[in-house]
Design a protein around this ligand. Structure first.
Ligand code: AHR
Length: 333
């Protein structure tokens, strides 16, 4: 894996200048002016800006909570911004973090594209940016320090593999997509479609965005049921909230979710695991929202001038009827 470092400290040879205090002082002064940030001055809390996408799902709320509580535990001054699902709000938040000269910025990008200008501004200000959760597309990989999150392509593949086996390679699928342009929506869609391509009788008959929201999943599923009636065999939802919304629509239509319609989704929030335990959902894939130690540890290392992994992936887990009930007591989100 490629390693990069965004932080530069006073060079070793400068530390050996010993009695040339004045020269060293001048060097340190110059370094501060031209080299990347090296963290908060001793005794001052680290100041980190976190530009979050919004609060569209239970997963997102757990992710925000974990970042905030760990910041409090470590005495970090976390400047939090909820973009309410709008990229322009996130860009504005990043700009405000730059203006406040924070030590580092954490960005959970709503969509994949359109970040280069603001990331260039952060780079010019020598503030390292850690991209979390969702990947971005950029023309210049040096614009951010590293990525920490999950492999959404692998999640789409896992969902397809599990489903093909579960339904014997046969069935009519409706897909509930996440936010248009978001990495998890793009990747989970692409990898799932590729994963079922080898099964000619397993077909996606309709696919629409529910914006990763429970209300969106419910509305889109109502429309699917109106359009396709009882010919729907499977729901593939890009997240649990949309699947839980779809379950409401399926029940309201007099059908049994998990039995009449197989449901596979991604996130593994508590309510989804409960739905698996009661047979209303067939399988959620876990996407852990608890990034907190990894993100702050990485920032500490970056600011100390250490090299960090360019891309660090979280380990996802699978839940089904065999392990759902056992997972519930320790599930916090
Ligand atoms: O980016 C991760 C996705 O965003 C999660 O699957 C979803 O629940 C969230 O809103």
């Amino acid at each position: 894996m490629a390693l990069i470092s965004t932080s530069v400290r006073v060079p070793a040879w400068a530390r050996h200048l010993g009695s040339f205090g004045a020269v060293l002082g001048a060097l340190v002064f110059l370094s501060a002016a031209v080299l990347p940030a090296t963290g908060a001055p001793a005794g001052k809390p680290l100041r980190i800006g976190f530009a979050q996408t919004g609060a569209e799902s239970a997963w997102r709320t757990a992710n925000t909570e974990s970042m905030k509580s760990e910041a409090a535990r470590r005495g970090i001054d976390l400047k939090f911004s909820d973009a309410q699902g709008k990229q322009e709000n996130q860009i504005r938040a990043v700009r405000s973090f730059i203006a406040q000269r924070v030590d580092a910025i954490v960005l959970a990008p709503l969509v994949e594209t359109g970040w280069d200008p603001v990331l260039r501004e952060a780079k010019r200000a020598r503030i390292p940016v850690v991209i979390t959760d969702r990947t971005i597309q950029t023309s210049d990989e040096s614009l951010y320090a590293c990525f920490i999150g999950s492999d959404f392509l692998e999640e789409g593949r896992m969902a397809a593999r599990w489903l093909a086996k579960e339904v014997g390679g046969k069935g009519r699928i409706v897909e509930l997509q996440g936010t248009p342009g978001a990495a998890p929506a793009n990747d989970r869609r692409k990898a799932f479609a590729e994963g079922i391509a080898g099964f000619p009788e397993l077909k996606i008959i309709d696919s629409q965005s529910g914006d990763f929201r429970r209300s969106g999943g419910k509305e889109v599923m109502e429309a699917f049921l109106k359009k396709h009636g009882r010919t729907i065999d499977i729901v593939y939802a890009h997240n649990d909230d949309m699947a839980l919304g779809a379950i409401q629509a399926i029940e309201a239509a007099g059908l049994r979710p998990g039995t009449d319609i197989v449901i596979v989704a991604i996130d593994a929030i508590r309510e989804a695991i409960e739905a698996v335990a009661t047979g209303k959902m067939n399988r959620p894939l876990e996407l852990s929202p608890l990034f907190r130690p990894k993100v702050y540890d990485t920032i500490d290392r970056l600011l100390a001038g250490e090299k960090v992994e360019r891309k660090a992936y979280n380990q996802d887990e699978l839940f089904d009827r065999t392990n759902a009930a056992a997972a519930l007591p320790s599930r916090r989100y």
